[in-house]
Ligand binder design. Structure first.
Ligand code: SF4
Length: 327
């Protein structure tokens, strides 16, 4: 399958993103043709005031991609704004979808209420699911790794592909969603992970920072004292264990220890901390190594951009032919 996915350049990546990157790596390692990008045009739709940081965050995200195991020799790693063809396809496809269809997208309403401190009144913000469709269709992707909240966007992309194909001839495959087996990671306080709540844990950190974030984490409120039994399903620490503790016996130790009050919450967090350090230590090492080789990161981006551009040009040739715009 050809796979396409991206992350917005609105800041450093966190552990929720790490789970996504593990999925991307798994797809890469199982032989799929993967295109992974930094979505700086998407960042603009909600963070137009913060552009001075965009290039720094873009490079930082590429560094995180590589440090988490995305191999630029196998996957194409690129930056959205470098491939101007995305904007051409976006414009052409905008004629195939109604304004009311975009306004009815559940994510449009949800995000407007969640990001209340931001100006989301722009046409660009309303149309960002359409820009995502253009991103996916540009690479004629068959699969898109996403979280459940993005399912509506894939549905829109499939609709647009069908409409295009029936009006102008078969150009685009209908992409399938590839759902991650883990639901979204909550924030350390149990609420939705969000920058405005400061309840996220960055990937790029060290053991000291990690423990500072994990030690005060919210737990099941029923466990006021050590000998009160708890319910892991009511505790965000358990969500983190499910995502990062792979050993079955350790997971059983948490469930039994929690429900029968055999362990304290701090012991439970210590185990999570140790498992996270094991996972992240090689990532931190790789990141520090790349800090000294900015040119090699630039080379990765520029080679990835060239490969993405070549593919985008081939798609646009098909699109322009199909739409009688061969000038
Ligand atoms: S023992 Fe672990 S799972 Fe249970 S409430 Fe405490 S931190 Fe949460």
């Amino acid at each position: 399958m050809r796979i396409l996915s991206g992350m917005r350049s609105t800041g450093k990546l966190h552990l929720g993103n790490y789970i996504t990157l593990e999925k991307w790596k798994e797809l890469q390692d199982s032989g799929h043709e993967c295109y992974y990008f930094v979505a700086d045009w998407h960042a603009l739709t909600s963070h137009k005031e913060d552009v001075s940081q965009f290039e720094f965050w873009t490079m930082d995200i590429v560094k995180t991609y590589v440090s988490c195991g995305l191999d630029p020799e196998i996957s194409v790693l690129f930056v959205q704004s470098a491939i101007k063809e995305h904007s051409e396809l976006f414009l052409l496809l905008s004629n195939l979808v109604s304004v009311s269809r975009l306004q009815r997208m559940p994510t449009y309403k949800e995000q407007r209420s969640e990001m209340s401190g931001r100006d989301l009144s722009s046409a660009g913000f309303m149309m960002y699911p359409l820009l995502q469709s253009a991103d996916v269709l540009m690479y004629r992707a068959n699969g898109v790794p996403i979280g459940e909240d993005q399912l509506y966007h894939i549905e829109l992309t499939r609709e647009i592909a069908r409409r295009f194909n029936s009006m102008y001839g078969e150009v685009f495959p209908e992409p399938e969603p590839i759902l991650s087996k883990f639901p979204k990671l909550p924030g350390t306080d149990g609420r939705k992970m969000s920058k405005s709540y400061n309840n996220f844990v960055l990937i790029d950190n060290n053991a000291e920072y990690l423990w500072k974030k994990l030690a005060p984490m919210m737990t099941d409120p029923a466990r006021k004292r050590r000998n009160d039994p708890g319910d892991p399903e009511k505790c965000p620490v358990w969500d983190y264990h499910k995502a990062f503790t792979q050993n079955k016996e350790e997971l059983e130790w948490v469930v039994e220890g929690c429900t029968q009050a055999l362990i304290g919450c701090l012991e439970c967090k210590k185990l999570l901390f140790e498992n996270l350090v094991k996972k992240l230590k090689p990532v931190w090492e790789k990141m520090r190594e790349l800090d000294n080789y900015e040119e090699s990161l630039m080379k990765i981006v520029s080679e990835g951009n060239s490969k993405a551009k070549a593919f985008a040009e081939s798609t646009m040739k098909l699109v322009r032919n199909a739409m009688s715009m061969r000038w």
